[in-house]
Design a protein around this ligand. Structure first.
Ligand code: AMP
Ligand code: MG
Length: 422
């Protein structure tokens, strides 16, 4: 690839599109009971075999009657009661009404429901009682018609939808007890670097506590992936190669962090070149830039294992994973989704930038003294400053060609989505 041979940076949008285009959705599915389907991805359209509501029913507590009767009377004989789950089986004739509760079946003959507040009845009513209404009713009032929400044959959820709490209710509401969903994708993860230590270890001079695996693993967990955590791998080409080989034989994707820049101990790219095909490894984004994507050759039944090589700096690893790898993994997991929506907001801080790379600065949504929605910067934006993103609730997205944005100018803001937010 041109960008790999020349070391040219791929524009951010092009990298995103290339990732999207390269990934094949998983085809492995399973049928699960609704209880286990939250956040799973539907592998087939969910189609309704019933209508909702299933019958005409009342939207109010009141009285069901014939609207045309008001031409000659405002008093009606109470002939029966229709409760939710216990319909009135008779027919409403001229001059008659049926006491009806919310959700109860509209009795035959009736074409409207008058709410009880407009009736003379106080407290309990008895059959045969004469009920007077203070104002006439028009036809079709306070009636929820059969099929007005869902008709037989309607697709209520599309293949590729990630199942939300409300979706579970929707599926239950049409009598669907289990659905076909995509099986969890299997993703291997490791951090590379001789200096990296676990938070439980004692720091020796020149070492740091590693954080990338914790961030990325958590987002993979939210994605519902089956995570194979290979831990910390030292800057040793033999061990790194072994980790990639082990992962590619058993996993759908492998994610590494660190070792993709041009330092002397950065072996990742050369190993990837040997074990597979690097598609691109430099993206014109900040934080980021060194970000490798490609495929690894596999020795198992699987056709392909994708790799995503994240930069080592913690903010860069987080942002490149979130912006580039995560959408690709969502597609791999079968999900069909829309791009995020950015909001044009005024910035309360001057945002430093030089043209060249798309910038994902970290911001906080806030209000100005006129109570208008605005954005502020979380401060120092270095790619190693993890607090700049832990304090944030949005990105301030500045296009590659943009310059410093002065306080008061309008910038594009991308609120953190469910994968990154608290
Ligand atoms: P590298 O991409 O390996 O050159 O690493 C760039 C910077 O990120 C260095 O300062 C590393 O110490 C740091 N770094 C690399 N991996 C991690 C990690 N897993 N967690 C936190 N910092 C890291
Ligand atoms: Mg390193």
């Amino acid at each position: 690839m041109d960008c790999c041979n020349t070391g040219k940076m791929l524009p951010f949008e092009e990298a995103k599109q290339r990732l999207k285009g390269s990934i094949e959705r998983t085809t492995k599915t399973e049928v699960l009971a609704l209880d286990y389907c939250l956040d799973k991805v539907l592998a087939a359209d969910a189609i309704s075999t019933i209508q909702v509501p299933n019958y005409d029913n009342s939207a109010m507590d009141g009285y069901a009657l014939r609207s045309q009767d008001f031409a000659s009377t405002s008093q009606f004989h109470l002939i029966g009661k229709s409760f939710a789950g216990a319909p009135y089986s008779g027919k409403v004739e001229s001059g008659q009404c049926v006491r009806i509760m919310t959700g109860a079946v509209i009795p035959a003959g009736a074409d409207t429901v008058i709410m009880q507040e407009n009736s003379s009845a106080q407290g309990d009513t008895t059959i045969g009682e004469l009920i007077e209404f203070s104002q006439p009713a028009k036809a079709n009032e306070n009636i929820r018609r059969a099929g007005e929400d869902i008709r037989i044959g309607d697709v209520i959820l599309k293949q590729g939808s990630r199942i939300s709490p409300v979706d579970l209710g929707l599926l239950a509401s049409i009598g669907i007890a289990s659905v076909e969903v995509y099986q969890a994708i299997k993703v291997a993860l490791f951090s590379s670097g001789d200096e990296l230590r676990l938070p439980s270890e004692t720091l020796t001079p020149g070492c740091i506590y590693e954080s990338n695996r914790f961030v990325v693993r958590a987002m993979l967990q939210r994605l519902g992936a089956d995570v194979v955590d290979l831990g910390i791998i030292p800057d040793d080409p033999v061990l790194l190669e072994r980790a990639f080989t082990q992962a590619s034989d058993t996993c759908d994707a492998v994610i590494s962090s660190g070792g993709v820049s041009v330092g002397e101990a950065d072996y990742t790219k050369s190993i990837l070149d040997k074990l597979g095909q690097v598609d691109f490894w430099k993206v014109a984004m900040k934080p980021g830039k060194p970000f490798a994507f490609g495929t690894l050759n596999t020795n198992g039944p699987k056709e392909v294992c994708y790799f995503f090589g994240l930069p080592g700096n913690p903010v860069s690893a987080t942002v490149t994973f979130h912006q580039l790898a995560l959408p690709a993994l969502r597609k791999l997991a079968g999900e069909i989704f829309n791009d995020e929506i950015n909001l044009p907001l005024s910035t309360l801080d001057t945002l430093k930038k030089s043209p060249g790379r798309a910038d994902f600065q970290r911001g906080l949504l806030t209000r100005n003294d006129k109570d208008e929605l605005c954005v502020t910067s979380t401060g120092s934006q270095g790619s190693g400053i993890l607090t700049s993103i832990s304090k944030a609730d949005c990105y301030i997205v500045l296009e590659a060609e943009e310059n410093t944005q002065k306080k008061g100018s309008t910038v594009m803001v991308q609120p953190f989505d469910r994968w990154l937010s608290r």
